[in-house]
Design a protein around this ligand. Structure first.
Ligand code: GLA
Length: 408
């Protein structure tokens, strides 16, 4: 998909979404045409596992994501269907929304609907809003660390706002998506993913300070750099539990270290000398987690400074350091990810690489000089296949500017 503005018509967008419109007609036969929406996925280049520690992060959106086809109904029922083979459709009544998650994929858009209805009630228009038929699809790998869940939630909030005419600000859409995941789906996720999807601008990295939620854009030299995503195809069932465990360990480390540093509000605020002076009071695991988080804050600021002075080699070096720290101290890597990053370090033209998302499988994000894309991919695929007996899926993605309606 092309770089884009916030809304409008783009030839590539229309090409990508047209088959989805046909899918909608098959799934919901008869009636008016659906409106179409696209919502991207995200990668994070620096600031690994910092969002829930109040640190800075540097994500950007990619031009793969969620497709939504949405049509109003004359009653007050909402039907969620999806093109994914194993996704069961769900039908709910706006006047009797479920309070509990069902454990299905539809919990994500349902959570958004619950939050959007709550907001509509506050605005006094809840009884006016119509039912909807929604078909979801997309071209973003699920469970790969590219935030398919935030892509669905932000996209649903954006589409529901458009259909119901709620007039939401972009940050309100982001907030609905975040609340849906936290309150309804029950994932204690940080703020990075919905912010990255909702506020993305093609050609820029988002600089988001997760402590005060301020943000800025840092230009990425896309004329000379390509962003690659190498998917190990490893998916860990237990990743959610391991993620929650990391959140809890970071919390524990903060609570102990904060006793020695009055005024610290989150682990991001703890100084490295506070950590080294008191690490013996922490469990070994909590000490290792803090030994990732506290230096990662410094690395992320260093990466920002490198980018601002045009030093892409320096920026890439921080990405490699981040990966080593995720492997050694945060223990969220797996051999498949390490093999890809090792191959990247040895590839001419690859400036940086690290696992993206939570870890435990999924993808490595690559920062590659223009012109070296094919040779880097070939080198990584060869090393990986030799060791694991199958090929990783390596793609170069374009940037993206967040959720939008697409007219075909
Ligand atoms: C997952 C979470 C994010 C963030 C990353 C790690 O993707 O959804 O909020 O914590 O892990 O940086």
């Amino acid at each position: 998909m092309s770089a884009n503005q916030d809304s409008g018509t783009h030839l590539e967008d229309a090409q990508v979404l047209r088959p989805h419109a046909r899918e909608f007609e098959r799934a919901f036969a008869g009636g008016a045409r659906a409106r179409l929406f696209f919502s991207p996925g995200r990668i994070n280049l620096m600031g690994a596992h910092l969002d829930y520690n109040g640190g800075p992060v540097m994500p950007t959106a990619v031009d793969r994501g969620t497709f939504l086809a949405v049509r109003p109904r004359s009653d007050r029922r909402v039907v969620f269907a999806a093109t994914m083979a194993d996704a069961r459709p769900l039908e709910v009544d706006l006047d009797a929304l479920p309070r509990e998650r069902t454990g299905q994929w539809s919990d994500y858009p349902l959570g958004v609907l619950v939050e959007a209805c709550a907001l509509a009630r506050v605005r006094g228009c809840a009884s006016d809003v119509q039912g909807l038929d929604i078909l979801f699809g997309g071209n973003l790998p699920v469970g790969a660390g590219l935030s398919s869940s935030a892509s669905i939630c932000v996209g649903t909030a954006f589409a529901v706002d458009a259909l119901w005419g709620l007039g939401l600000e972009r940050l309100e859409i982001v907030d609905i998506a975040l609340r849906a995941e936290r309150n309804f789906v029950g994932v204690q996720c940080g703020i990075m993913d919905p912010f990255a999807v909702g506020l993305a601008r093609a050609g820029s990295l988002l600089w988001l300070d997760c402590k005060d939620q301020t943000s800025a854009y840092l230009p990425l030299d896309t004329a000379n750099l390509s962003i690659g995503v190498a998917d190990t195809l490893v998916r860990r069932e237990l990743a959610q539990g391991a993620f929650n465990e990391r959140v809890a360990q970071c919390r524990e480390a903060f609570e102990m270290l904060a006793r020695h540093q009055p005024g610290a509000e989150c682990l991001r605020d703890i100084r490295y000398d506070t950590l080294t002076a008191h690490q013996h009071e922490l469990s070994d695991e909590c000490a290792r987690r803090a030994h990732h988080v506290i230096p990662e804050v410094a690395r992320t600021f260093a990466a920002k400074a490198a980018l601002e002075r045009g030093d892409v080699v320096g920026f890439g070096a921080e990405m490699f350091r981040t990966h080593a720290s995720l492997r050694e101290f945060f223990e969220v890597s797996v051999p498949e990810l390490d093999t890809l990053v090792q191959g990247a370090e040895q590839s001419e033209g690859c400036l940086g690489a690290r696992l993206t998302g939570a870890g435990f499988g999924g993808c490595v994000v690559l920062l590659v000089r223009k012109g070296s894309e094919a040779s880097v991919a070939a080198r990584l695929a060869a090393d990986f296949s030799l060791r694991f007996g199958y090929a990783p899926k390596i793609d170069y993605f374009g940037g993206d500017s967040g959720p939008r309606e697409v007219r075909i």
